[in-house]
Design a protein around this ligand. Structure first.
Ligand code: 13P
Length: 257
């Protein structure tokens, strides 16, 4: 995978969360593919819900847009009702998988250790993980933002070889900015990204932080994306609500290109 994954690529990924059936997803991804086709400055990925993955994959064929999933189980197979494995996602055409989204950490009890196990499993299965980290509002107001980011990144990446860590992406998604319309300022995003890069340097090895793509996520829209992408620290975005409408997602991709 390394031959098509450059050092610190630009990436805009759409996280559809629990929205769109397979028919709706195929229609939306077809509209997005028609708009995005031909632009090469920025990698683009769509992460639909599991039942829509294959239909979306079909409609993205030859578009250059990557397919991703929103979660996976750390085990390769077994008696885990309701779960899917990384190899199943690969078989369905996925290149990416989102791990440790705050809606799973805070809504489904997913711990730092579980995210670390999933990260190793994703790498084993040849998926590019988009590892989500971010503080809650009370953690930010309590001055704990850096501490939370260091803990989440350290637990996920501790022990990974540098060459492997470089094949991952981290999304900084402050919980207070997700789905709230309250976007982090470009300075807040950059400050968090610097903490994440410094942690990668300490935990994985010097120079790693400069080589891993760091996305910002949380209320990104076509209006605020240009200022976020103007920051050297911000390599792209993980987009929720604004990825459910082709024109707004395309305008975010265009801002990153
Ligand atoms: P919104 O863009 O809807 O705030 O969601 C962000 C997000 O959680 C992406 O993973």
């Amino acid at each position: 995978m390394s031959e098509i994954w450059p050092r610190r690529p630009r990436l805009v990924a759409g996280n559809w969360k629990m929205h769109r059936t397979s028919a709706e997803g195929a229609a939306l991804s077809g509209e997005i593919a028609a708009l995005v086709r031909g632009q090469k400055a920025c990698a683009v990925a769509l992460c639909p819900p599991f039942p829509a993955i294959e239909a979306v994959g079909r409609s993205l064929r030859d578009s250059g847009i990557h397919l991703g999933a929103q979660n996976m189980h750390p085990e390769p197979q077994g008696a885990f009702t309701g779960e899917v494995s990384g190899s199943m996602l690969r078989g369905a055409g996925c290149r990416f998988v989102i791990l440790g989204h705050s809606e799973r950490r805070h809504g489904m009890g997913e711990t730092d250790d579980v995210v670390a196990r999933k990260l190793r499993a994703a790498l084993r299965d040849g998926l590019t993980a988009i590892v989500c980290v971010g503080e809650t509002l009370s953690e930010r107001e309590g001055g704990q933002t850096a501490e939370v980011l260091v803990r989440q990144v350290r637990t996920a990446y501790d022990g990974l070889p540098p060459g492997t860590a470089r094949q991952t992406v981290i999304a900084y998604e402050p919980v207070w900015a997700i789905g709230t319309g309250r976007v982090a300022t470009p300075e807040q995003a950059s400050e968090a990204h610097r903490v994440i890069r410094a942690t990668l340097d300490r935990v994985v090895g010097a120079g790693t932080g400069a080589e891993v793509a760091l996305l910002y996520g949380g209320s990104v829209n076509p209006g605020n994306a240009p200022a976020l992408f103007a920051e050297d620290e911000v390599d792209g975005a993980l987009v929720g609500g604004a990825s459910l409408e082709a024109a707004s997602f395309w305008r975010i991709v265009a801002a990153a290109s």
